[in-house]
Design a protein. Structure first.
Length: 170
């Protein structure tokens, strides 16, 4: 099981076991329907091939509160040949990261990109700049400086280049 970037995704309505069962059934039905559909791209239906490559780097994320040491945030890329690239991000990551990384890194000829949160470490939310500016629980739970999104995204661009073009991930 891999959880995607859903730190800011909540079902509505919610709050009771009955609603949890209904939402669970709705999700199961959607998964069953997706499995039965004819895939438009055959690469979704073939075994993964090629070498396994990976890069891991820690990004120092800074807090807005004085005297608090930066958080060493793990950012990882695991790639299976040219078929699948998995980005693993620590903590409870909001959806903006997955949408942006797929927009910026995924191409028709490159690997399919899967972005997973809750990987390697957990200590709260990782909001995007948008979520920080909007405020709300995800933004208030950890007082991050707003450049955290750019630091994480740029690190992933570096790791992606290193794995796909032989550059250094350092």
């Amino acid at each position: 099981f891999l959880m995607g970037c859903g730190g800011d995704q909540n079902p509505y309505p919610r709050g009771t076991a009955d609603w949890a069962r209904k939402h669970g059934r709705s999700l199961a039905t959607a998964v069953e329907a997706a499995l039965e559909m004819t895939q438009r791209t055959l690469r979704h239906q073939k075994p993964l091939e090629g070498p396994l490559n990976h890069q891991l780097k820690h990004v120092d994320l800074e807090f807005t509160t004085d005297g608090r040491a930066p958080f060493a945030y793990p950012v990882q890329l695991i790639q299976f040949g040219k078929d699948l690239a998995m980005v693993t991000l620590g903590n409870e990551v909001v959806i903006d990261y997955s949408l942006r990384l797929k927009r910026e890194l995924q191409t028709d000829s490159g690997p399919i990109l899967w972005v997973a949160g809750y990987s390697n470490v957990y200590s709260g939310y990782i909001p995007s700049k948008r979520v920080l500016l909007e405020g709300g629980y995800e933004a208030r739970s950890r007082p991050w400086k707003p450049e955290l999104e750019e630091r994480i995204i740029q690190t992933l661009h570096t790791l992606f280049r290193a794995v796909n073009h032989g550059g250094s991930g350092k």
